[in-house]
Design a protein around this ligand. Structure first.
Ligand code: FAD
Length: 265
């Protein structure tokens, strides 16, 4: 089984600061981490490989510093790492990101399964996984919470829905995006950490991926961010104090009043 895992390096959200003049993310001095949902994607790939054998390649589009995210994946047991890094990729929106990653994946050769996180905690759009599948014209299953069965040419997954779950069977190759319910990511081993320090990174630039230049980066991005802002804090809340029983009784009364008031209007 030849598995590709897409991971994104994101700022640690507790640290996020926006430049109020330019409305862009202030990355200076901000700690970067592997997007938490992508840790579940890495773990799922490792579990599938442990059952079926094969190779796992982790791929990231980002600046040179994203190398450390790739090495973290290798320290968990991933075999190979690819960094898609070129000034031509800068300013990519989700469409251009999906296109670029898909072209990189095509360049790597034959694959059976692509695993992405459900979404990235900074962009939060959940569009890149489905975008890659659309560009590569392969089936996709999003919000996967369980790999039920996986064989050479088919796979069956449980997909989380608002009401419960659906069981989806699909031919391979396909792309899945995973939710945190799917597994518990392992910690890197000491051996893994040592290997990760020395392992080579394959770098792919715009020239390497046979991409149409007008589809890359800012130029190739059909969407534009107009404004980034933090909504003002809500005011006027009421804090109930006292023993739990008293507070619960007060809360019930307050809710009743609210329901009655809403009914009158
Ligand atoms: C108009 C516009 C302009 C932008 N300009 C910039 C910019 O100049 N600089 C900048 O850094 N960002 C920019 N962004 C943000 C950037 O496009 C998104 O972060 C990126 O497209 C991924 O989208 P997302 O974070 O919503 O990922 P999601 O779609 O939420 O991520 C889902 C999954 O896709 C995979 N994935 C996502 N991104 C990557 C990646 N880069 N490499 C590997 N796997 C990935 C991961 O598995 C992830 O869990 C811009 C966005 C827009 C809309």
């Amino acid at each position: 089984m030849n598995i590709i895992v897409c991971i994104k390096q994101v700022p640690d959200t507790q640290d996020i600061r926006i430049n109020p003049e330019t409305n862009t993310l202030m990355r200076e001095g901000v700690q970067s981490i592997v997007n938490p949902f992508d840790m579940y994607a890495i773990e799922e790939a490792l579990r599938i490989k442990e059952k079926l054998g094969g190779k796992i390649t982790v791929i990231c589009m980002g600046p040179q510093q994203a190398d450390s995210a790739l090495r973290e994946a290798v320290s968990m047991g991933v075999d190979e790492m690819v960094l898609m890094c070129d000034r031509a990729f800068a300013g990519s929106d989700t469409w251009a990101t999906s296109y670029t990653l898909a072209k990189g994946i095509q360049k790597l050769g034959k694959f059976d399964l692509i695993i992405c996180g459900k979404q990235a905690i900074d962009g939060d759009t959940a569009q890149v996984g489905p975008g890659i599948a659309a560009t590569l014209d392969i089936p996709q299953v999003t919000y996967v919470k369980k790999t039920e069965e996986i064989k050479e040419d088919m796979a069956r997954f449980e997909k989380m829905t608002e009401e419960g779950f659906e069981v989806i069977e699909t031919p391979l190759p396909c792309l899945i995006t995973v939710v945190k319910e799917i597994n518990i990511p392992r910690l890197p081993s000491l051996k893994g950490k040592i290997r990760a320090k020395q392992a080579p990174v394959t770098t792919l630039t715009a020239k390497d991926i046979d991409a149409e230049p007008e589809k890359l980066g800012l130029k190739g991005s059909p969407t534009v961010v107009k404004k980034v802002f933090t909504p003002p804090k809500r005011t006027g809340g009421q804090i109930l104090q006292g023993e739990t029983n008293e507070v619960v009784a007060k809360l019930v009364e307050a809710l009743k009043d609210m329901v009655v008031a809403a009914g009158k209007t």
